[in-house]
Write a protein that binds this ligand. Structure first.
Ligand code: NAD
Length: 314
């Protein structure tokens, strides 16, 4: 069996394939850019991606033998799942493997917004001592609104509880018992928007969640609300967010994801109350170890026994 790995996954994941006697071909970004991926896919049985490589219907044409595509992570928007399904290629992901990593980043972003950490760091390094303008706020006693109450939201809620935050959430598909167990009080969207001091996004990207936060939604929020997005960039209308930040309706925003990635020099980055990171939510040693190993085991099991785990359907 031949597995093509055009993005870096954990060494343990590669070892899982090799221990099963599979041939593993690892590609660098440069070799992917120069067209090596399509060539290597000509006789491949499996393909493992993270979020950078786009698995399009066109690319799949160069993979006549391909039986399985594994996403070492959660979001599957870089894979044309309908095109793969039409070819009977199974698409799998690794839900849960990076939830703690993303939740820790979301908490870190809330703390960074509350205490203006980027500004404190930059001004102190520059020789300043801006204690007055750096007075922050506590997370203690504030209301955290979670949009989407799945795996990452539950891990975020668990950590926010340790900061004595009150946690409300909106998710039309969430099971009330699961939300209760995570300490999340489920409410209608408008009530979550109205109550939150911090709003953290953890929805899947769907037709309904695209531009979920738009001008209308920002207008319903508490003035000065802080917005954290570690889900998918398209969930926020980024120009509407910029308008809300400029008017003071939104007090600060921390973004890990963008409508287009790499994000480039977005106008919103010029605002002082914006914190930006380059889609690093799942990029931890532990998270990558978990998802790299999990996807290798799942693919190996499918190709050797036919067992399907965590399949994503079109
Ligand atoms: P999950 O499937 O466990 O949770 C997503 C939740 O969104 C589900 O509970 C679902 O019911 C809810 N949802 C769907 N449609 C909704 C709607 N219209 N309104 C409100 N809620 C809705 O997924 P997860 O593992 O918790 O991941 C959450 C998000 O984080 C995804 O968008 C994923 O792509 C993203 N993610 C980002 C990173 C990163 O590096 N920043 C890493 C992993 C995952």
């Amino acid at each position: 069996m031949k597995i093509v790995v055009p993005e870096k996954i954990s060494a343990r994941g590669i070892q899982e394939f090799e221990a099963a006697g599979f041939q593993v071909v690892q590609l660098t970004p440069a070799s992917v850019a120069s067209g090596e991926l399509a060539k290597e896919l000509a006789d491949a049985d499996g393909l493992v991606v993270r979020s950078a490589v786009k698995v399009t219907a066109e690319l799949l044409k160069s993979a006549p033998k391909l039986r399985v595509i594994g996403r070492a992570g959660v979001g599957i928007d870089n894979v044309d799942v309908p095109a793969a399904t039409a070819r009977k290629i199974v698409v799998m992901n690794t839900p849960g493997g990076s939830s703690i990593s993303v939740a820790e980043l979301a908490l870190g972003m809330m703390l960074a917004l509350a205490r203006q950490l980027p500004k404190a760091d930059a001004t102190t390094r520059a020789g300043g001592w801006e204690k007055k303008s750096l007075e922050g706020t506590e997370l203690n006693g504030k209301t955290l609104g979670l949009l989407g109450c799945g795996r990452i939201a539950a891990e975020t809620a668990k950590r926010a509880r340790a900061f004595d935050m009150k946690i409300v959430g909106y998710d039309p598909f969430a099971k009330p018992e699961a939300a209760k167990a995570a300490g999340i009080t489920l409410l209608p969207l408008d009530q979550v928007l109205a109550q939150a001091d911090y709003l953290s996004l953890h929805v899947a990207l769907t037709a309904e969640t695209r531009n979920l936060l738009n001008d209308g939604a920002f207008a319903k929020m508490k003035k000065g609300v802080r917005v954290v997005n570690c889900s998918r960039g398209e969930v926020i209308d980024i120009e509407a967010l910029q308008r809300a930040l400029e008017s003071g309706q939104v007090g600060g925003a921390a973004l890990d994801v963008y409508p287009k990635e790499p994000a480039g020099a977005l106008p919103i980055f010029a605002l002082p109350n914006v914190i930006a990171t380059p889609h690093i939510g799942a990029s931890t040693k532990e998270g990558q170890e978990r998802v790299g190993t999990a996807i290798a085991v799942q693919i190996k099991n499918y190709l050797t026994t036919g067992e399907i785990a965590n399949a994503v359907t079109a």
